[in-house]
Design a protein around this ligand. Structure first.
Ligand code: BTN
Length: 319
């Protein structure tokens, strides 16, 4: 149905009413509405105006390999680059490449994910042509228990690159959610493969709500996007390339000590709740305190009312 609707929208000057679409295809209003939403999810911009109908006003904009390659100024991050129109999950895709021996720094970018994965078993929506979904493969010589800090490194790189490209006031909500005005614009999922107590490889997958204008009901109050915050479309390719440059720099600094020693200060400058009250949500244990930055292991330091400092390793923090 969506391709028929698309073809009518393409060939219509101005608006076409929902009723006319129903009649033309002999389908219900709901079927038309679903078709329109599917097209929007694939990156088509469709204006809906009451008493007028629908109008196609923009096409998906894909990110091409040639464009990224011509703008990527890194030594290793993203130098081996794969651009995909559509994939289930870039993390799963990179894992397969890693098993086949792909080099450190291999990056996969997808224009659409049909099964994007979030942290804690949640799903992650990547609408066609408007979001950023990317996963990078790294092969560090590092103790496996330190791998989770890569998520913080990636979060810092997102915050830095988005700030640089858009000028927006970007912050990090520990450990790695990147937020603007308290709403999430990006998340990172890190997955590791290890053998005999050593890291085989790590896949760091990052999603950024770049030009996304609509969110599923369940997250619409906590998520935002760069286009919504900036009021204009952002250059996805510029963000990906800036992100790779920042990530490469932060990663190299991380690897000097194998921890956050050289990144702690930069991280704290980006921390959304630094010196503010936070609520720590650990399974079976919730408490409030003041966020006092992170230690070299990336643990959030929370000062409780009695002055004691708790190091938060896992769990979630809310304002
Ligand atoms: C989170 O829950 O905050 C983490 C979201 C991570 C989403 C990204 S999008 C690219 C990569 N591929 C996936 O399937 N997930 C990550």
């Amino acid at each position: 149905m969506k391709s028929e609707i698309l073809s009518v929208l393409r060939n219509t000057e101005g608006y076409i009413s929902g009723q006319e679409l129903c009649e033309r295809f002999g389908v219900s209003r709901t079927a038309v509405w679903k078709g329109i939403n599917q097209l929007k999810n694939e990156g088509y911009q469709i204006e809906a105006v009451q008493n007028k109908g629908y109008r196609l006003c923009g096409y998906p904009e894909s990110i091409s390999k040639i464009e990224l390659e011509s703008r990527m100024h890194t030594k290793w991050a993203g130098q081996n680059l794969i651009c995909l129109d559509s994939i289930d999950s870039t993390n799963d895709y990179i894992k397969k490449l890693a098993e086949e021996g792909a080099p450190h720094g291999t990056l996969a970018v997808a224009d659409y994910q049909s099964g994007g994965k979030g942290r804690r078993g949640r799903s992650w929506v990547t609408p066609h042509g408007s979001a950023i979904a990317m996963s990078i493969l790294v092969r560090p010589k590092l103790a496996p228990e330190k791998a989770s800090m890569m998520t913080l490194v990636a979060g810092m790189a997102v915050a830095k690159s988005v700030k640089e490209v858009t000028g927006l006031d970007v912050k990090i909500k520990w450990p790695n959610d990147v937020v603007i005005n308290g709403r999430k614009i990006s998340g990172t999922l890190t997955e590791m493969s290890m053998e005999l107590g050593a890291i085989h490889y790590i896949v760091i997958g990052t999603g950024i709500n770049a030009n996304v204008t609509e969110f599923p009901e369940e997250i619409k109050d906590i998520a935002t996007s760069l286009i919504l915050e900036k009021g204009e479309k952002v250059d996805r390719a510029a963000i990906i390339c800036a992100h790779m440059e920042a990530f490469e720099d932060f990663y190299d600094r991380f690897m000097e000590y194998g921890d956050m020693t050289l990144l702690k200060e930069d991280y704290q400058e980006l921390l959304a709740n630094q010196n503010q009250q936070v609520r720590v949500l650990e399974p079976g244990n919730e408490y409030t305190g003041i966020a006092r930055g992170i230690d070299e292991l990336g643990q959030l330091l929370v000062e409780k009312e009695d002055g004691s400092i708790v190091k938060v390793y896992a769990g979630e923090v809310s304002v």
